[in-house]
Design a protein around this ligand. Structure first.
Ligand code: GCU
Length: 422
């Protein structure tokens, strides 16, 4: 009898333990209030306004992270041990200007997931150098034209230059060189670390390879590709922190478009990242979900069902019920510098809505003692707003290139205290 009762109790405990994060805590969309304007991140779930930095840091920040996890990006697993190994070192790369390291980061069950990292460090340096880290769209071999760089063997979309039958060929080498401008970063005294996003999560709806083989998508609140790419950035940061030539307090994350969404998520969830640059990230990243310009939540979920957790789809036609907006994601980065970078012809990414969201995060930036966003309206085209909350918009279309990097370097020089650096 006793044994039976114990078994029944145990059964109940197990059942309770396996329930998804209590319904009362995270109500379904129908039970959430309509909030037509972007919610103020300083207003906590119970309705009171956070008034001190301490309360923000010790409680509201975590509450907001949990909300973004549950309703939008999904849960990321704790990493199993990450094993780093050196694949190749070239101390005379870029005509002797840089040291290139190709690393393999292995993790997950049976270390099945392998992230290949390309790290370029300037040879001309005094002490440890700051580093930009970011995922790339088409493989490390595309980011720099150097025949010695390992050609990715991972699945790749056929739209990528030089890719045939979803595999990279030699023709894809160096095709993203202008996008990454690595040599210029080296000349400016920055290291650059990049990895192919598809090593972590191939960009297609299956979600059945890459990191998902070793850490499956657990349930409807499981992670989507954006969270997985951001998690990949954090695994690369794990490695960068072990590199003696890099300044551990000066790690900047950068990403373009869908990978810009990953960059801001990485910055929001990983406080080891000191500076965050999402470029033209738009809907699901830096543009308000409630925005009326450019891509809508419904459109992004329909076209890219694998980017967010399934719960996010329930907001498709009722974004006013989201208990946060992307200003909240920016607030999670405070007090660290963030630069939203845009292009005039890229209205799909809603540059003006991004500016409004940035402004609507300022309360948190001010509470944490920074100068916030020193602009009341969008700056002139080509003019960098370089306050802790930075903003930049250039002429032209949706792309990443040297003109964007000019703003990144300037912004990072200022906030990393490198003004005057060459
Ligand atoms: C599409 C998508 C955007 C995304 C972009 C990209 O345009 O709608 O959300 O940012 O692709 O990643 O280039």
């Amino acid at each position: 009898m006793m044994a039976l009762r114990r078994a029944a109790l145990l059964g109940l405990t197990l059942l309770a333990g396996s329930l998804p994060a209590i319904a009362a805590d995270d109500p379904p969309v129908s039970a959430l209030p309509s909030q037509p304007a972007m919610p103020d991140p300083l207003v906590a779930r119970d309705g009171h306004t956070v008034k001190t930095a301490e309360e923000w840091n010790t409680s509201r920040r975590e509450e907001l992270k949990a909300l973004f996890t549950h309703y939008m990006y999904g849960k990321a697993p704790e990493p199993h041990q990450v094993v780093f190994s050196v694949e190749r070192v070239d101390r005379q790369a870029l005509g002797g200007k840089a040291t290139i390291k190709e690393m393999v980061l292995a993790m997950g069950l049976q270390q099945a997931v392998k992230i290949h990292v390309l790290l370029a460090i300037p040879n001309k340096r005094v002490g440890a150098v700051p580093v930009f880290v970011g995922p790339n769209f088409y493989g490390n071999h595309a980011a720099l034209k150097d025949p010695a760089i390992r050609l990715s063997t991972a699945w790749m979309p056929d739209r990528a230059p030089g890719v045939k039958n979803n595999r990279a060929t030699d023709e894809s080498r160096g095709t993203q060189e202008a996008t990454w401008a690595i040599e210029d970063s080296i000349d400016r005294g920055y290291a650059v670390a990049t990895f192919y996003c598809g090593d972590v999560a191939p960009d297609h709806p299956g979600l059945n390879d890459g990191v998902f083989t070793a850490y499956p998508k657990p349930d409807k609140n499981g992670w989507g590709a954006v969270r997985a790419w951001a998690w990949g950035v954090s695994r690369v940061v794990d490695y960068l922190l072990t590199e003696p030539d890099l300044d551990k307090s000066k790690i900047a994350v950068v990403g373009h478009s869908r990978l810009g969404k990953a960059a801001i998520v990485a910055g929001a969830f990983d406080e080891r990242i000191a500076l965050v640059i999402p470029l033209q990230a738009g809907c699901g990243g830096t543009a308000p979900s409630r925005g009326k310009i450019g891509e809508s939540v419904q459109q992004i979920n329909d076209r890219f069902p694998h980017w967010f957790c399934d719960e996010f789809k329930t907001f498709n036609t009722q974004t006013d019920r989201l208990p946060f907006d992307q200003n909240g994601l920016m607030a999670l980065i405070a007090p660290r510098p963030i630069l939203l970078s845009n292009a005039v012809d890229d209205q799909w990414a809603n540059p003006s809505g991004q500016f409004e969201a940035l402004k609507a995060a300022e309360g948190v930036y001010r509470l944490l003692g920074t100068d916030g966003l020193k602009a009341d309206k969008m700056p002139e085209v080509g003019v960098l707003v370089d306050s802790t909350q930075g903003y930049f918009i250039r002429p032209g279309k949706h792309s990443m290139g040297r003109e964007d990097w000019q703003a990144f370097w300037k912004f990072a020089d200022k906030h990393f205290g490198r003004n005057g650096a060459k």
